[in-house]
Write a protein that binds this ligand. Structure first.
Ligand code: AMP
Ligand code: ZN
Length: 499
């Protein structure tokens, strides 16, 4: 079995990964606050941990991995947006406005992250649907002496948890000095953080033992991960900006409420996407959204490829040069697949025949602490290999990395220069025949290879044979679509004989 090695923020070391239960490997990633479109920085953890999810599924089996990513749909920024709408005369109630906004943002998030080739997590809990679990956890923390109520607020008593700060490797006093902790008269200690806060009639709220109120942000992840993954699970991940205070607070809450479990065994943090050296963020205003890029015509695959070009542990930026480079590489790769006739039918044949297996080089690179740049280097090599078998490995590797979203739409991505003469549909048909011809050649059935060449040539398609690489073709001015239509239809069953 592939050994997975991951850099664990908790130990600051790259460690061999051993799941608690290989039959149910459990991953939690902090999700977005849903009040606006995701910016390009927000997309980074989604793609990085999608690669991890795909790796875990590959190694342990798709049915043996549980991936939870939450939606924070209760938050002061969401409330403020809804209140602004109401003040502007929207007749709906605050609850309706909040629900409409968060529903819409979740829909956008799905559209945009789907476009980046990210698989949907197993569970995407919305915080507002787990308030009962949060209240129960807070009650438990109060009962155990780790939390206290003051003026309708419930606060976590940070000094009651000895290991506070272990994840970021700082002492409580250092953290107080370095952080903008909110000093409030009702806090025993400035480090104490809010688990529950009161809501007036103008704000969303839920009944609780401490009056009508709403949860703090940190308790959401502790409560939902406990409910969906248990008191101990394998990997907890998110951006490095969440390490302190969010993740320290999650650990304190979860370990104090459930001392029998260890919370997450491995902590992983992606570095930030930067703009001119500064973290891209809503608050700095230096952001553009994933949707902006998609609307400018950058395919999701290209955006994903740019992310994969940099290791998740390093800061990165987005530049037009990187995007152009990624686009050119992908176009070359898609073209090779089109020439070889790849689409969802051929893929199904390969899969049924047990030939849909990514290259060990690509999998090993990813298993080595998600070395995505190494995986891309391996793909470059594979793309140059001549045999049909190597090409199948190459195709399966692209699929494994999430770089082909729609196997029936390679044509539009590769923008082959055939559209002036033949249509994309014709090129697809030709590409099928080309693949069969390459396969025939690979089993030394030259009579069949020649027959296909002659048929294509009669239809005005010139074949260019290349040394130890799949052949390419050009559609000539004499191209006769009718002749192409007369060619006997392609039967995917033939594939099996040829392979
Ligand atoms: P937020 O909605 O701000 O809580 O962020 C959602 C996710 O995006 C978190 O995992 C953050 O760590 C991550 N994130 C926010 N800004 C960036 C950035 N500039 N680069 C990389 N990740 C980011
Ligand atoms: Zn979280």
């Amino acid at each position: 079995m592939t050994t997975i090695r991951l850099t664990n923020t908790k130990t600051r070391r790259k460690e061999a990964f051993t799941p608690i239960d290989p039959a149910n490997v459990r991953l939690y990633v902090c999700g977005p606050t849903v009040y606006d479109r995701a910016h390009l920085g927000n997309g980074r953890p989604v793609v990085v941990f999608d690669v991890l999810f795909r790796l875990l599924r590959h190694v342990y089996g798709p049915d043996h991995v549980t991936y939870v990513r939450n939606f924070t749909d209760v938050d002061d920024k969401i409330n403020a947006a809804a209140q602004a709408r109401k003040a502007a005369g929207d007749p709906r109630s605050l609850e309706e406005l909040i629900r409409a906004r968060t529903d819409e943002t979740i829909r956008w998030y799905h559209e945009d992250m789907d476009a980046l080739g990210a698989l949907r997590p197993t569970h995407e809990p919305r915080a507002t649907e787990w308030i009962g679990a949060m209240i129960a956890m807070i009650e438990d923390l109060v009962a155990k002496g780790h939390a206290y109520e003051r003026e309708g607020h419930v606060l976590f008593r940070v000094r009651s948890y000895r290991d506070y700060g272990a994840l970021s490797g700082r002492s409580v006093d250092d953290m107080i000095a370095g952080a903008r902790v909110e000093v409030a008269p009702f806090k025993e200690d400035p480090m104490d953080f809010v688990l529950w806060k009161p809501s007036d009639d103008e704000l969303p709220g839920w009944e609780s033992p401490w009056g009508r109120g709403r949860p703090g942000w940190h308790i959401e992840c502790s409560a939902m991960s406990y409910e969906l993954l248990g008191a101990s699970f394998d990997i907890h991940a998110g951006g490095i900006d969440l390490q302190f205070p969010h993740h320290e607070n999650e650990i304190a809450q979860s370990c104090c409420a459930h001392p029998e479990g260890g919370f997450a065994n491995v902590w992983m943090h992606n570095e930030m996407l930067l703009v001119n050296g500064k973290k891209m963020s809503k608050s700095l205003g230096n952001f553009f959204t994933v949707r902006d890029l998609l609307d400018q015509g950058w395919p999701g695959e290209v955006i994903r490829m740019v992310y994969l070009g940099t290791h998740y542990g390093k800061p990165m930026d987005w530049t037009a040069e990187k995007a152009e480079q990624a686009r050119r590489t992908l176009e070359d790769w898609y073209r090779a697949l089109i020439q070889a006739g790849y689409n969802s039918d051929t893929l199904a044949v390969l899969r049924d025949g047990g030939r849909w297996v990514p290259s060990a080089k690509v999998v090993d690179a990813i298993a080595n602490d998600l070395n995505t740049a190494g995986a891309i280097a391996a793909l470059h090599e594979l793309s140059k290999a001549g045999s049909a078998m190597a090409l199948a490995e190459f195709a399966a590797s692209l699929d494994f990395l999430g770089l082909v979203h729609d196997w029936d739409d390679l044509q539009s991505l590769a923008q082959m220069g055939v559209s002036s003469v033949g249509s994309a549909e014709h090129a697809k048909v030709v590409a099928h025949w080309m693949l069969l011809r390459d396969e025939a050649k690979s089993v030394r059935n030259y009579a069949e290879a020649d027959r296909i060449r002659d048929m294509l040539s009669a239809a005005g398609v010139r074949i260019i044979d290349r040394k130890s690489q799949p052949s390419t073709f050009e559609i000539e001015a004499s191209f006769d679509p009718a002749a192409l239509a007369d060619l006997p239809p392609l039967d995917p069953a033939n594939w099996e004989d040829l392979l």
